[in-house]
Design a protein around this ligand. Sequence first.
Ligand code: 4HQ
Length: 221
Amino acid sequence: MKIIILTLFPEMFTALGASIMGRAQKAGKLEIEVVDIRSYTEDKHQKCDDYPFGGGAGMVMMAQPIGSAIEAVDPNHKARRIYLSPKGRRLDQEHVIALAEEETLVLLCGHYEGVDQRAIDLFIDEELSIGDYVLTGGELPAMVLTDCVARYIDGVLSPASLVDESFSDGLLEYPQYTRPVEYRGLTVPEVLRSGNHAEIDRWRHEQALALTRKHRPDLLK
Ligand code: 4HQ
């Protein structure tokens, strides 16, 4: 899978070279291309943002550099083009799994007060939000989307990691423990050390249900 990220702040994406994302790229399973929108501006001073028509606070990213950048990286519109914004449909695990089937994603990161609406109307397929809070830019949302989609590319994770996680059965994940058996007076629940796998499965399911009821009762409806 290829993910092309369009941003005014390419230096923010060094984080994707670490850990599982880094390993997936070195293994050739995931290709990430970070493109500086500024290199596509036709403005003599390299400007990529301007004051909003109608007035108001902050700056708006201009349509021209965005349009030229998107047409350069995806000239025949083969990719799914996504704009990260709190105005979009909220991302969930079901949609993540669907996006992982795409050959190529183009992720547009807005900064400041957002982008000229014509860039969205002309060049974007889908507007997605990672949650109901406001960030300074779409760069972290683009990294969030890249990370959760990459987990579903074949060979990036062990298949078991995709089965036993939060949401896979509609519940939050049960608590996990590792060595030592006792830490600061707290011990690992006896059942997990019993070797009785039917009992362990039952305990984990009860824990998952109780946690979901407490933190996310909406998931039970
Ligand atoms: N922003 N989910 C404003 C977000 C956001 C979110 C990105 C801040 C876009 C213009 N993006 N810019 N939440 O808060 O995706």
